[in-house]
Each structure stands twice: as C-alpha cells, then as structure tokens.
Design a protein around this ligand. Structure first.
Ligand SMILES: [Zn+2]
Ligand SMILES: [Zn+2]
Length: 372
C-alpha cells in the first residue's frame, strides 16, 4: 500500500488545510503541462490518488485503519473502487437493474363473470364469450416496426438501456444508474413505428371464445383459461383469462353445498295417511314418498339428484322438506267429519297407530278437500 502521507510530504496528523496546500504545491510542480520529466506524469497521478483519499474524511479514516480505498475496485481507476464497495453493500443507487429491459412483456390477466342457472351447475354447460382484448398486430406481427424497417440501437445509451452517472455523496463518489430517457430503457429505438398499432405490437379487438362450464361449479368458482387473455406489448405472451361463476337463484330449489333443497306442501290428510307425490326435479318428474304420520318439517331424501361433485364422482342429494298444510276453511261436512275424528282420537290408542274408523274418516275428508 502506498504511503499517501509520504507522497504528499505531510505528517500523519496533518490538517485538511495542510493536505490541500501540499497537494496544490505538488500538482503545480508535476502537472504534465509544465513538467516533462520522465516520471512526472506518473507522480502527478500518484499525488492525485493520495489527495483523493486524504482529503475525504471517510476515506482517510479507512486508510488510517489500513484499507486503501483506491485499490479495492480494480480497473475503474481512482474513486470508482470505493463506489463499487458501496454498491456491493447497498445495491445500485436508484434500484435500477442492469442491462436493457425487453420490449416484449406478458399481457394482463383478465376476469369475466358468467351467470349460470342451477341446471348448468348440476350438469355443466357451454358459453360463448365476447371478449374485448388485444391480439398480435397483423401488420407488424408484434415487431412494432413498419414492415421492412427494424429497431435501431439507442445512440444515447448505446444499447444498454441505462445511463451511468457519478454522484458525490457523504461516502465519496457513487455511481448511479438511471433508465435511459431516449429509449425508455429498451436499448433500442423504433425509427418508423407500425401505423396500424402505433408501435405497440398489438391491436385492440373483440373476439369470441367458447368455454365449457364444468358440472359442479358454484358462485365464486374461477375457471382458468391459460393464455386466453390479451397479448402483451410487442406481441408478448398472452395473459390468462379467469371465468368467475355467479349462480342465479332458482325459484323452487335452494342449493346448499352439493345438496338441493325444496319444500313441498302436503295436505293434512295425505300426511296422516301417507301418499306418493310427483315432483318436477332437474332430472324430470320424480316420485316422493310421504310415509303415513308425516309431521311438518320432516324430509324425504332423493339420493343422487343433487349437484355433481366438482371434484370426485357422484352427486349430492335432493332433500324434500314436507310442510303439512292444515285446512283453513271447512264446509259443514268437512267440519262434521273432523269432529268425528277428534271424538275417535279421544279413545285410548297405541301411539303411532290409527284405528280403522279414523282411517275411514280421513279418507272421506281427503275426498271432500280434493273435491273443492
Ligand atoms: Zn403493428
Ligand atoms: Zn437509450
């Protein structure tokens, strides 16, 4: 390591002013314009390096602790080595990445919502979507240049996309990188931009896309269609299209998970005697068993008539909630029969069983109610 104090001819505890004075004196003597001695130029540079270190308090401090700030960079010359250390520790100033950035970038993802009805959720379906999107420019095919022309290397940054600047900071000289304003960091400029896409490499358009709605989807389900969104700048790869499902409410059926629920009204007499109802389901007409003695709120489950499981095989159930309806208006005959029934029910009966006489009254009552 060179002895910078000896080179400048000052003591180790020399003040900044003494160092400056010594440097000026030597620089005047050794300047190549006035001194053509064979080692004058070399000594002039040496004096410059010594002054560079000893006149900067931080560097002088480093030097006094045995580190030569000038010899750590290698190849950059005085001053640059130190900034290299700075960059190693703190990253390049300004956070800019090195090298030109590619003009081609990936397109944005897109999200579209699709309304479906319950039948489509159960069995799946198809849709034709109209998408406002971007496609590769048919004229320049994504090159952004008018046909027959090409991008040119940027003259300002010479293709690097970055401009290096040397700034002074409390640590001495620091090299910073800035995005080249002339080429916006691409390293190339386009002398004749394509007229159809204004040099963007892509054009806006509306296109249609057929998509499948898989069986089992629910509100909030997102179906990813890779590469079906817009093409990126300069014809970059297309983004992904996400189709989000929104299920419309059904007037009869309510979905809970993969089960479907509905409520069916059962006349009081039918609930007491038991019957078979016909229910219009998504799978067509189905018979629903109402066992004798059914109470309001009981359910009859039709296995496998619910929504198809999105993952895995099989389907949920159709759960029929039975609501027993008590008649609100009775004619004379009906009222008489009901009173007869009430009198009969006053007798001791084993729980859950109905006497033949009660059954007879119920059957008559059902005929009357049905006949209204
Ligand atoms: Zn174009
Ligand atoms: Zn440039």
């Amino acid at each position: 390591m060179s002895d910078y104090y000896e080179i400048l001819g000052v003591s180790r505890d020399a003040s900044t002013e003494e160092i400056k004075k010594a440097y000026r004196k030597l620089a005047r003597q050794l300047h190549p314009d006035v001194n053509d001695g064979h080692d004058a130029e070399e000594r002039f540079k040496e004096v410059g390096r010594a002054y560079e270190v000893l006149s900067t308090p931080e560097k002088r401090d480093l030097y006094d602790r045995g580190v030569d700030p000038n010899s750590s960079g290698g190849g950059f010359g005085p001053g640059f080595g130190f900034s290299d250390i700075f960059e190693t520790f703190f990253g390049a100033a300004g956070g800019a990445s090195r090298g030109p950035s590619p003009r081609q970038r990936r397109g944005q993802d897109a999200l579209v919502r699709v309304e479906i009805d319950l039948a489509e959720a159960v069995f799946g379906g198809q849709r034709e979507l109209q998408l406002d999107t971007a496609v590769v420019c048919p004229t320049c095919e994504g090159s952004c240049c008018q046909p027959g022309t090409h991008p040119r290397e940027c003259e300002v940054c010479h293709g690097r996309g970055q401009i290096q600047r040397i700034a002074r900071s409390f640590l001495g000289q620091v090299m910073t990188q800035q995005v080249c304003a002339a080429c916006h960091g691409y390293g190339t400029v386009i002398p004749s931009p394509c007229l159809e896409c204004s040099g963007e490499g892509r054009v806006r358009t509306r296109r249609s896309l057929k998509i499948k709605i898989p069986a089992g989807v629910d509100t909030g389900t997102r179906i990813q269609h890779t590469g079906q969104s817009e093409v990126g700048p300069a014809g970059g790869p297309a983004g992904d299209l996400y189709v989000e499902v929104v299920e419309r409410a059904h007037e009869t059926f309510v979905r809970r998970g993969d089960d479907i629920h509905c409520t069916v009204e059962v006349p009081m007499t039918a609930a007491a005697l038991g019957t078979t109802l016909t229910l219009d389901t998504l799978d067509g007409a189905q018979e629903v068993d109402v066992r004798p003695g059914t109470q309001s709120g009981e359910v009859s489950t039709l296995r496998g008539l619910g929504v198809t499981h999105l993952r895995g095989a099989g389907r949920g159930d159709l759960v029929v909630h039975l609501a027993v309806m008590t008649p609100t208006r009775l004619d004379e005959d009906q009222e008489r029969l009901l009173r007869e029934l009430a009198a009969l029910r006053g007798e001791e009966r084993p729980a859950g069983k109905m006497a033949a006489a009660q059954q007879g009254v119920f059957s008559k009552l059902r005929e009357r109610l049905a006949g209204r």
